[in-house]
Design a protein around this ligand. Structure first.
Ligand SMILES: [Zn+2]
Ligand SMILES: [Zn+2]
Length: 248
């Protein structure tokens, strides 16, 4: 089996296009990992029949609800319904342990103190650093997505000899170049076609830097209605909920 990635959800925070929040599922011989787990991701995983207990690692790019808000649902499902016994590692920005408690307590008061029937490891990673967990190396890059400095990350995941880069939510920043350069797959936010705004990436900005990024494959995600309805969308591969692609 080769490495494959399924878009569990490729939507933004506002369900543009009726799409689920961001969640990508990377699966290989020794790899079973989510990149982000947005508020609606458990619904999407159940629709798609994803075996949640097989997921060893969840990589979180930032703590916005459309990327991180599904964690309480995932954890409670694991505890009460999926009967998880396998260890779970969550890799995320600095502050993850504090944000984990916040999101759990906000969603289900009292839940952060409950001891799970599985080992839960929260691994914080600083921008510019990398960590290897469950045979996968995760590299974090500083994204630019709002005040003051995040933490907001772009990530590059290296597994089984392949690389998957994800821009996260970010306006254009040179940090996206080392994150995405020569990646087997680069998943890039294309929030607008032309409009240049702080905090989000436009397709224009991606195009302007493609010769530096040089991804082997580019797939656009996290599109607003502006981009979803733009005729230029047809010139690029765009993510769809449930779509699976082979990598390499
Ligand atoms: Zn987002
Ligand atoms: Zn965001």
């Amino acid at each position: 089996m080769t490495l494959s990635l399924q878009f569990i959800g490729c939507g933004d925070a506002f369900a543009s296009g009726g799409r689920f929040n961001t969640c990508f599922h990377l699966v290989g011989k020794r790899t079973n990992l989510l990149i982000d787990c947005g508020a609606s991701s458990l619904v999407a995983m159940k629709q798609l029949g994803v075996d949640r207990n097989a997921i060893a690692t969840i990589v979180v790019t930032h703590f916005h609800a459309d990327h991180f808000g599904g964690i309480p649902f995932f954890i409670l499902d694991a505890q009460f319904f999926s009967k998880r016994r396998e260890p779970l590692t969550i890799v995320g920005p600095v502050g993850l342990a504090e944000w984990y408690e916040r999101v759990m307590e906000t969603a289900f008061p009292g839940s952060s103190g409950v001891s799970q029937k599985f080992a839960l490891d929260l691994v914080e990673i600083a921008a510019g650093d990398s960590v290897t967990v469950n045979d996968v190396t995760v590299r974090a890059f500083q994204a630019v997505h709002g005040p003051p400095d995040g933490p907001y990350y772009a990530v590059r995941v290296e597994a089984e000899g392949k690389s998957v880069a994800y821009a996260g939510d970010s306006e254009w920043t040179p940090a996206l170049v080392p994150a995405a350069r020569d990646a087997d797959l680069f998943i890039a936010e294309a929030y607008f076609r032309d409009k240049s705004i702080a905090t989000h990436l436009s397709l224009n900005a991606i195009e302007a830097h493609l010769d530096e990024l040089r991804p082997k494959r580019l797939i656009l995600t996290h599109m607003s209605d502006d981009m979803l309805n733009h005729p230029d969308r047809a010139r690029f591969q765009t993510a769809e909920d449930g779509m699976t692609i082979e990598i390499g």
